[in-house]
Design a binder for this molecule. Sequence first.
Ligand code: BGC
Length: 737
Amino acid sequence: MRAKVLVLVLGVVALCAPGAAQAAPPPDIEQRIGALVAQMTLAEKLGQLQQLDGLADGTARPEHARLVRRGRLGSTLNVRGAAATNALQRVAVEQSRLKIPHLFAFDVVHGYRTIFPVPLGEAASWDPPGAEDAARIAAREATAAGVRWTFAPMADIARDPRWGRVVEGAGEDPYLGSAFAAARTRGFQGEDPSAADRMLATAKHWAGYGAAEAGRDYNDVDLSERELREVYLPPFKAARDAGAGSFMTAFNTLNGVPATGNPYLLRSILRDEWGFDGVVVSDYTAVLELIKHGMAADEVDAARIALMAGTDVEMVSRTFNEHGQALLRAGAITVARIDEALGNVLRAKYRAGLFARPYVDPARERRELLRPAHRRAARRAAARSMVLLRNEDGALPLRRTLGRVAVVGPLARARKSLMGTWWGDGRPQDVTSVLEGVRRAVSSGTEVTSADGCTVPCHNTRGFGAAVAAARAADATVVVVGESYDLSGEAASRSSLDLPGRQLDLVKAIARTGKPYVVVLMNGRPLTVEWLARNAPGLLEAWFGGTEGGPAVADVLFGRVNPGGKLPITFPRSVGQIPIHYDARPTGRPFDKANKYTSKYLDSPNTPLYRFGHGLSYTTFALSNLRLGATTIAPTGSVTASVTVRNTGRRTGDEVVQLYVRDRVASVSQPLRRLRDFRRVTLRPGQSRRLTFSLEPEDLAIFDADVKPVVEPGRFVITAATDSRGGLRAGLTVAAG
Ligand code: BGC
């Protein structure tokens, strides 16, 4: 956990400390870049700034080879596979004038061929080393297929579950988000991204994309400097400090200025404050979209604005290449800026190891994809991502020896949906469904039946009869409901977070049989499932679990794995409560049932359906004896917080101990609690462990009225808890220096 503390430390400190350490590229690389730049024509320079999209099947378009041969195309996205990448690379390295290797990018977000749980699920594991391992495996497979640059991690904080892309990030919390952004970056890149099995990572979408107004994708974003710095930037800083080789501009405006043409983001913060020397790529056609944003008059203008603001590489649209020469002649852009962008691209190519090893070995590709060890890791990751939301009277785990188990619901047989929203090069035929997972998990005498009941989005109930009959005839029924893969992710905003279609009615129909049943949720965002939260005997949040999602669900259902995940994002009761997140500031009129004039709704409790950090287990845990290393410290001091966690139940299980901080009285009103550390531990029945966390000045710092980090003297409350409410408290005083 020290590493995670460090992430935060750097995250806060560097908000005001320009140019914090990033391993400087060896001088000979800079010399080689300089030598190359000196030989290049303007057309060749602009060519390196162009990125074009391959075909959906992973092959290059016919024009790509022509452009690469003439030095007019520096990178592609989506072209993948040893055969396709080697073929295009041969043109770059053997047939172009300067032989600059081509860079192959692809969205390897939660797996390349072996698909891991979606990032939101991975975050629910509260296991950053696990996420690092998943990213390492993804990089190993992707690089074997020629991919050297991934567009991940998505470091966007998301507090509005209407926004479909909450599935791609680590949820609502900047601390948890930072831990995962750093872990994923390290996993993709390793110590050295030029290694044969590592690739460049991209922190995206820079910045504020998760705060789209009304949760509608691509929509306007308006954030105060405070909210930007406190909530939205820390995961990006963590990715940058972990060495992320690139950043991607966001589609949205930030305070009126589109991110792709935003010098405050691209220059002032990223380069000047943070000392980033990697490459900045636009999002897909985002340069051209400056016209629709109403910031650029035409394509010429769009190219000028984006390039001069600090976008280095233009993805898919071609304004830099089509208008760069004319803009330069007109003095609207500068050679210095083109050379800077070009230098960033060439540096990325060196960092990706392309000059040393442009090609990949097809035999390695055949060996690496879907290795049994990768599948095993994916299954473990999926099981660790699951969150047991509710478990009445030990409804779960199910016995393996039941006479008959029914697995029903529209997602029971799903394979493509298990792969989630960025399935890389994953194939549905590689995926094991929940039904199949259950079949493999039960003992030989157990019969497993199935019926879909309905489809996810449709309103017809014709299939209900078969599902109800299956439930009636079974000793236990597993109902798998939620979202299909295309209901979460990009351009998948929803104004309702209810279970789509007639799925809730299906669950109710099963419930009416009076037979035992449990519900498995498969989805990429918080859902408003109040009925299930009140009535389903067992409720398991399984997200989109990936290639091995089905067996992992079965592992948890039958108790082979004791669930230990915790929600990385609040589940609201209704859309009307959004935005709702645990780290709210207090109001001057806190909720008081007896007093109308307090902060509340007339028609809903303030409390969420399931709070951030919530998750049950098949065993129970107790925290005790929270002690601080000191009760008074100086503003520059640090302090330890120790707490004992004990497994008080009868099964081995995992608990995530969470450490929160509140600055009681500060010059700027502070949230009721902010996560500052956490640890996931496995304990046998009766076993206890003493955990010690270290709180550094940065963990106690707030942003003052000038939005500068500062530790203010006064009283702090330190809380150790197993979710974002309650827990054990200790008082800490920071004495004036
Ligand atoms: C998405 C990015 C993605 C890019 C390339 C865009 O539509 O916003 O997250 O990396 O496409 O596929």
